[in-house]
Design a binder for this molecule. Structure first.
Ligand code: GUN
Ligand code: FE
Length: 432
């Protein structure tokens, strides 16, 4: 299949809004896809020659064609938690989140929400997620089955949690180990699925359970690890009281062998310099969740400081729905821009779009497959319309540069700006 439009992807992180050398951009561009992969992307003249004269063309002009967005931290069982009023993290978990996640005891409910979750992600232009399922093994099975049916690249795992929550959302160190292991054996590297060992956070895991998570991480060193770290002051204080021998929050995860280049730590807002060094030294990833951090009043993530320190942190960006308030990575980057502005800095729009495509793919160690339009990678694409609403259309009339158009998309865009999404080469919106 040959699609035509304004084709953009990133070769490296753009240094400024003028750094077009970091981009591959063709005003009259095209992408040729076959068997779920990109055969070639670039100038229409060149790509259409490869496609041959009789190839059917789907014309997306004047819209932008980019790699599909990647959400590096999101909670599938929180679709009905999003927009819950009035609490900070620990109250929010106890009041809204744990009761909601209890409903996933019912496998039917898990299947329904997994289906709706992936559809809603795709509808917002997100083609890859690193997702938390509930504690129940069946919720992860449902998630992987639905992702598999859509041929999506996903990283996901059953949450491990064995204390400080209602019984209906607790496992044990042993059952968490056994269920995670069985899920890994069935789903990890099956098709495009990957498994993430997922201890929720140190507060809801006993030392025995973190030990079990570490054992899994050693046995399956190819799997990701995902958890939460240093999100909220009360969380940090309660956590340190549970692990009195260890010097700081990060040291807990280090102690149990859970840091490393495939480890994704949600939030990382209140890290000490020692903790940031430890994450950097181990190649771990800090995940910035701007809408969630603002909504729960958790704090401001030091995006530029983490990127620029002597030992830089690997950083990803994520929605964190349902603590986060929108599935859209456009809405997410709008809030990221404001969080960074409150710290007296700016995030250039080219770097924003790099972050939610190639940047997140690199942080998740999946950039050989997604996040770019390089030949041979997976044909996961989003088609964006910068004039999707009357407000956007009017503002677009005044815009000259690609960077300004991206900034308009980020500041005013949401699911309405998503014209089409291709997952493994298949259009998901139009009946092509
Ligand atoms: N910390 C532990 N669990 C959660 C969760 O579900 N959401 C957020 N934002 N933080 C957490
Ligand atoms: Fe989270």
């Amino acid at each position: 299949m040959l699609i035509r439009g304004r084709v953009l992807w990133f070769l490296r992180r753009p240094e400024s809004r003028d750094d077009l050398a970091a981009c591959s951009y063709d005003e009259d561009g095209a992408v040729l896809m076959r068997d779920g992969l990109i055969v070639q992307a670039g100038a229409y003249d060149r790509v259409s020659q490869v496609a041959g004269e009789n190839a059917a063309v789907i014309d997306h002009r004047p819209h932008l064609i980019l790699p599909g967005f990647i959400d590096a931290h999101v909670h599938m069982p929180q679709m009905q938690v999003i927009a819950s009023y009035g609490t900070e993290l620990l109250d929010w978990l106890n009041t809204y989140t744990f009761p909601e996640e209890s409903k996933f005891r019912d496998a039917q409910h898990g299947r329904r929400i997994a289906r709706l979750f992936l559809d809603e992600s795709i509808r917002h232009g997100t083609t890859t997620v690193a997702a938390y399922c509930s504690v129940h093994k069946s919720s992860a099975e449902a998630f992987f089955e639905e992702a598999s049916a859509r041929n999506m690249v996903v990283i996901a795992g059953k949450v491990m949690m064995d204390r400080n929550a209602p019984d209906a959302v607790l496992d044990t160190a042993q059952t968490a180990y056994d269920d995670s292991k069985a899920l890994i054996e069935t789903w990890h590297n099956r098709g495009r699925q990957r498994y993430a060992i997922t201890p929720r956070f140190a507060l809801t895991s006993t030392p025995e359970q973190l030990e079990a998570a570490g054992a899994l991480a050693r046995e399956y060193s190819d799997c990701h690890v995902q958890t939460h770290l240093s999100e909220n002051h009360a969380e940090i204080a309660e956590t340190m009281a549970l692990y009195p021998g260890l010097q700081d929050y990060t040291a807990i995860y280090e102690h149990y062998g859970l840091t490393g280049p495939k480890s994704l730590f949600g939030h990382c807002i209140h890290l000490s310099e020692r903790e940031a060094d430890a994450l950097s030294d181990s190649g771990s990833v800090a995940v910035f969740c701007p809408t969630s951090n603002l909504f729960l009043g958790s704090g401001l993530f030091a995006y530029h400081r983490y990127n620029r320190r002597e030992k830089p942190l690997r950083v990803a960006v994520a929605s964190d729905v349902g603590g986060g308030t929108n599935y859209s990575l456009l809405r997410t980057m709008d809030e990221a821009y404001k969080v960074i502005a409150l710290q007296g800095e700016k995030l250039n729009p080219l770097a924003s779009f790099w972050q939610i495509t190639r940047g997140n793919a690199e942080a998740l160690s999946i950039s050989d497959h997604v996040g770019t339009l390089d030949a041979g990678t997976d044909a996961d694409l989003v088609v964006l319309d910068a004039a999707a609403t009357p407000t956007m259309a009017l503002r677009k009339e005044t815009i000259g540069s690609l960077a300004d158009e991206l900034f308009l998309l980020q500041t005013l865009g949401d699911d309405r700006a998503v014209r089409e999404v291709y997952v493994a080469g298949k259009a998901t919106k139009s009946p092509f």
